[in-house]
Design a protein around this ligand. Structure first.
Ligand SMILES: [Ca+2]
Length: 394
């Protein structure tokens, strides 16, 4: 089982109000008032802006922004604010104005709202209070709204974004089975098929005619998205290149290489090797390049967590000119399927946990294990069994 990593952290800032000396707002002067969260991760700037009434405390534990005032939340962390929820006070319910922001999105407001909710990605966000309390629940006797306010007792801030849970590797799709006839002389086959440069490589050899035209190579190439690896297919050779002697092996074939990086079960032709219908003298020399294929692949990043195949088809160079990955009428044919398992990108994704009461292990954000006894200040991932949490070392 693999652990997933939640990076989101919730910070609850409770407005302390008038009892806290440096947080008192004085309506008689006009500076920008600021205060900090207790952990100093956030600074809150209250600005009268264009408002006739300045920011103040409605009462202890209730911060009031008046019409046209602005309120800016500045975050001092290394990641970003992703969510903010203002918990409205009793007064806030009465006079709630339309609240606008300089970025991100405010959830559509309505009369009766008990919170004002913002989502986005920012290190600083400014909110502006509308002129009228259109979303309040209290109106003047003539039915018109009071001047707008934005009064709240708590600010609940989420920083960071929950990392997506690890995607399970998708099962291999269903592949159609190619068919046709093999060469009657029994020498049209690959003697060795092997990969190089993958995380896990394959290597299979055949010292006689395979039992069937379609061969699924043992094992699987395991590779990371974005990585590069090479597939080598060494065909049986009955003799050297010759313009006078006919050697009935795969030199009279063409080879077609197919991939399915999007793992939908449908192959895409990647490369065709060998000449179609070679003319003299190549009708005797054949396609020597088909006998010894070295093919490099770069795995697309989007192929993360997939199972798919690479298919290599050999077919008579004078026949099946339009054959496809799924042709069932191959002449002098062979087809090799190589299973390809694409894993995850490197980094903290690869930290996994299994046991439930394992000792704590520490990793930096690059996924490198650290000595838990000598951590320098910074952010680390603490893994304990299958549970992983973000820790801040000061
Ligand atoms: Ca495909």
């Amino acid at each position: 089982m693999c652990a997933s990593f939640a990076y989101a952290e919730t910070h609850i800032i409770t407005i302390k109000g008038l009892s806290d000396g440096n947080k008192v707002f004085d309506n008689s002067v006009n500076p920008v008032y600021s205060f900090f969260s207790e952990d100093n991760l956030f600074r809150f700037d209250c600005d009268p802006n264009l408002g006739a009434s300045k920011p103040n405390y409605n009462k202890a534990g209730d911060l009031r922004l008046n019409a046209k005032n602005t309120f800016t939340i500045n975050y001092n962390g290394s990641d970003q604010i992703s969510k903010i929820s203002f918990v409205l006070s009793e007064q806030g319910l009465k006079r709630l104005a339309e609240i606008t922001t300089n970025q991100g999105e405010i959830k559509t407001q309505a009369q009766g709202d008990e919170t004002v909710d913002w989502t986005g990605e920012a290190q600083a966000v400014t909110f502006t209070v509308g002129q009228l309390g259109v979303y309040g629940n209290e109106f003047r006797s003539d039915g018109t709204p009071y001047n707008g306010q934005f009064c709240f007792t708590q600010i609940i801030i989420t920083t960071g974004i929950d990392e997506e849970p690890e995607q399970p590797v998708t099962p291999e799709p269903n592949y159609m089975i190619p068919g046709g006839t093999m060469h009657s002389a029994g020498n049209n086959y690959v003697e060795q098929l092997y990969s190089e440069g993958a995380t896990v490589n394959i290597d299979q050899s055949w010292d006689s005619t395979p039992s069937a035209l379609h061969q699924i190579v043992e094992g699987a190439v395991e590779v990371a998205p974005g990585a590069t690896f090479t597939l080598n297919l060494k065909a049986k050779k009955l003799g050297p290149q010759s313009s006078t002697t006919v050697y009935e092996d795969l030199r009279f074939a063409r080879a077609r290489i197919y991939t399915d990086w999007d793992a939908d079960g449908v192959f895409t032709e990647d490369q065709v090797i060998g000449t179609e219908s070679p003319q003299a003298p190549y009708n005797v020399i054949g396609n020597m390049d088909v006998l010894d294929i070295t093919k490099q692949f770069t795995v697309p990043a989007e192929a993360e967590n997939t199972n798919s195949r690479i298919r290599v088809i050999y077919h008579n160079a004078w026949s099946n000119k339009d054959c496809t990955a799924n042709s069932t009428d191959l002449v002098d044919g062979m087809a090799y399927d190589v299973k390809v398992k694409v894993g995850q990108r490197s980094g903290i994704d690869s930290i996994t946990g299994d046991a439930t009461d394992a000792p704590a292990e520490f990793y930096n954000l690059q996924g490198i294990r650290m000595d838990g006894n000598s951590l320098t200040p910074g952010i680390y991932i603490m893994r304990q069994g299958s549970k992983a949490t973000k820790v801040l070392v000061r």
